[in-house]
Every structure is written in structure tokens, then in C-alpha cells.
Design a protein around this ligand. Structure first.
Ligand SMILES: [Zn+2]
Length: 413
């Protein structure tokens, strides 16, 4: 078995690993680079209609930096991914400018081995800020490689990592280990439960509306917000995009979504999202949530009871909501995004309306202790840094041999 990291040995995002034997060739992830856009890795049988088409592309989770270049892949290529991951990719087509249609999909299930040619793969369910995330054990000809994907152990699926520590494959030849947060502090990261408690402290302040900017697909975070709302008696207002994501994903997990069962969740219809859905002929999505609608006027009239998900494109809607000056604005994403122009403008807009900014967030990625735990349970013969800017620091953290590869460097196992 051989492998080659096309991208990811020295950057976060754009992950792409090719694994092959004499008979079979697969790809683990095909992500959009976050750093440098527009360069496609040179992979035979991936783009054109050659006879030797690649045998399969495996997607670890529905974050763009892991699947975002799929549009360039030949239509006849087979994809392997979680069913919920595919659902999320389709929702992104509905609500964002993205147009990625995976034609041939095969859904794998956690812990169930599947084969592509003579390569066998076991997906391990992972705790990550993406909803449906996996690590993979890849085996052929008695050799093995473990691809960590993106993971952590302080989210709402911490049990998945705990389970893994008792059921991990042992003595793999190569562990391709993500290191997104290496170089940040060595302290353990806050758990989602701690985030929930911090939110409660803010929501408890009287006479204030609470606006939260978070990813509409960070289901762990949305659940923390929902739980904090229940514990403080607030109405949780989501927009139609978040409503649709929660509803679709509720088929796969016991998460809250606008329905009779979750009476305190209301749905707002933002101007731009509604217009996009109408223009694209997807008005039916709007009708799905009519029953749970809350108007801007209703929000104005009881603003002190409201916790509402917002994002920069909703400024036009906020302008139509009165008497919310001096509320709380909770920024609940990676701090780096605060430098984006649209985000800065949005923060300025709310600061002008006398909002107080609170930053309440925890990482989607493993802290150093969790990375060490993964290494300890797998006991790999070699560790290869991936999805990191700090590959050179792995040697200081782990006792096992670290093999720092370059992008495109071939390794024979
Ligand atoms: Zn991710």
C-alpha cells in the first residue's frame, strides 16, 4: 500500500490524501484550501474520462475544506460518505452559492467495514464541530493507515471519542494526525457544557435581547444555545436556514428543531434568504416553517425574552427590529473570522446600537491532551502531521517517530 498527501502537510484546509495498491486507488477528502485557492492537485483518473478512473473518493465530514473541490471530479466517480454528510452538502446547495452535486454516492455507517477494490476501510465516528464526522482505518495487504480527519473530545459527542479510546485499532503503520490547534495553548479546551453555562450567565441579564452569531451547521453549539434558552426561559429564534438544517438533521440524532415538541423554537424569515429561496423556486421551504413563524414586530415587542441567531446578511432585518439597543451580541465562532470585512461591519453596526460584545466559543478541534490520547491508544509506528501549520512541533509532543512529509511525497508502507 502507498499513500501521498497532495495537500495538508503544511496547511490547514484543502486536505487530500491519495492511497493506492497495485489494483485500487482511493482518495481521502478533496477539500477547498483555505489559504491558496484555485490549484488542483495532479491526480490521475480523477478529472478526465480515462479508463483508469479513481475507485472511490471518501469524504470524512461536510466541511468545505474537506469536500469543497468535488465539483472538479469526474461525474462517474463513486463517493463514500455518511448519509447526513450528503444531506448537509445538499443543504449548502440550497442556501449558499455552492453547487456541488455528488452523483454516485455510497453511504457508510460507523464501525462498519466497507471495501473499495482490495482496500478495506473502517469509519470511526468522531466528535467534531461538523455534524457527521469520521476518522478512517485504511488497510490493504496487511498494512494499515489511520486518518484522523478532524476530531476533538470536548464536544457534545465526547462519548464517541471515549468509545474510540476503548476500541481503537492498534499498532497501525501510519497515523495521519490532524494538528489544527498545535501552537495554541496547552490548556484543555472548554467543553460545550461550559459554553452552555457561559451563555446562561449572559442570558440571565434582564431587559436585554441576545443576538448570537454562530455557524448554522455547528449543531453542538446550536444545541448548547437551545439548552441555555430552556434553562433561562427564553424563546430561541432561528432563521429559516438554521430551521431547515435542524429539521433535516433531526432524522439522524435527537436534536431540537422547530416543531410541536420544541415549542420555544420560533422561525424568522430573513429578507435575503427568503428572496434566494423564492428566486430559485424553493418557496416550499418557507411554507414548511410557517406554523412556527415569529415576525419582526413580535420580536420587538418581547425582545427581553429573545435569543436569536444572526449573521451579517441579516443586518437589513435587524434594522426593522426596534427597541433592542443595548442588548448582548455573542460572537460564537473562531476569532479569526472577526477580521473579515463583512463581520467587522456587522460588529460595528451592533456596537453603534450599543450592543455589548461577548466572545463565547470553543474549538472544533482536539487539544494537545486529546491528540496525545489518540496516539496513546493507537500506538502507531509512525505519526504524519496533517491539517496543521505546525508539523515541526509534533516531535516535541509525541514520543513515537514523527515523519514529516512534504505535499506530494510518496510513502510506501
Ligand atoms: Zn472540519
Amino acid at each position: 500500500m502507498n499513500f501521498k498527501i497532495h495537500r495538508g502537510t503544511k496547511e490547514i484546509g484543502g486536505s487530500c490524501v491519495e492511497v493506492w495498491t497495485e489494483n485500487t486507488k482511493i482518495l481521502l477528502d478533496f477539500g477547498m484550501p483555505l489559504v491558496e485557492k484555485g490549484v488542483l492537485p495532479n491526480i490521475e483518473g480523477l478529472y478526465d474520462n480515462s479508463k483508469n478512473l479513481i475507485d472511490g473518493v471518501i469524504i470524512s465530514h461536510p466541511h468545505q475544506d474537506h469536500y469543497g473541490l468535488a465539483n472538479f471530479i469526474n461525474d462517474n466517480v463513486q463517493y463514500y460518505l455518511g448519509e447526513a454528510s450528503h444531506k448537509i452538502i445538499k443543504l449548502n446547495n440550497l442556501f449558499t452559492p455552492q453547487e456541488i452535486h455528488l452523483k454516485n454516492t455510497n453511504y457508510f455507517e460507523k464501525s462498519k467495514t466497507f471495501k473499495i477494490g482490495d482496500i478495506s476501510i473502517i469509519p470511526y465516528w468522531a466528535d467534531h464541530s461538523a455534524f457527521d464526522a469520521y476518522s478512517f482505518l485504511v488497510e490493504a495487504n496487511g498494512k494499515s493507515l489511520f486518518y484522523s480527519g478532524d476530531f476533538r473530545s470536548h464536544g457534545r459527542k465526547a462519548k464517541a471519542f471515549y468509545w474510540f479510546t476503548h476500541n481503537a485499532p492498534k499498532n497501525v503503520d501510519y497515523l495521519l494526525l490532524e494538528g489544527t490547534t498545535i501552537s495554541r495553548s496547552n490548556k484543555p479546551f472548554k467543553t460545550e457544557t461550559e459554553i452552555e453555562n457561559e451563555l446562561i450567565e449572559v442570558f440571565k441579564q434582564e431587559e436585554k435581547i441576545n443576538l448570537i452569531y454562530t455557524s448554522g451547521q455547528n449543531i453542538d453549539r446550536l444545541t448548547s444555545i437551545y439548552r441555555a434558552c430552556i434553562r433561562t426561559g427564553k424563546i430561541f429564534v432561528v432563521d429559516v436556514y438554521v430551521a431547515k438544517v435542524l429539521k433535516e438533521l433531526s432524522k439522524y440524532a435527537g436534536i431540537p428543531y422547530p416543531s410541536e415538541n420544541f415549542g420555544n423554537i420560533k422561525v424568522m424569515f430573513p429578507f435575503f434568504t427568503s428572496r434566494r429561496l423564492k428566486n430559485d423556486g424553493n418557496e416550499k421551504v418557507l411554507y414548511e416553517f410557517k406554523k412556527f413563524k415569529i415576525t419582526k414586530e413580535e420580536i420587538s415587542n418581547q425582545s427581553e425574552n429573545i435569543v436569536m441567531i444572526v449573521r451579517p446578511s441579516m443586518q437589513k432585518d435587524l434594522e426593522r427590529i426596534n427597541r433592542i439597543e443595548g442588548g448582548n451580541f455573542i460572537y460564537s465562532m473562531w476569532e479569526g473570522y472577526l477580521k473579515k470585512t463583512a463581520t467587522m461591519k456587522f460588529v460595528d453596526y451592533l456596537t453603534n446600537r450599543k450592543f455589548t460584545l461577548h466572545k463565547i466559543h470553543t474549538s472544533g478541534h482536539a487539544d494537545t491532551k486529546t491528540l496525545k490520547k489518540m496516539v496513546e491508544v493507537i500506538r502507531p509506528k509512525n505519526i504524519v502531521p496533517i491539517h496543521t501549520f505546525e508539523g515541526d512541533k509534533y516531535k516535541d509532543i509525541f514520543n513515537e517517530p514523527v515523519v514529516e512529509l512534504k505535499d506530494e511525497e510518496i510513502r510506501e508502507i
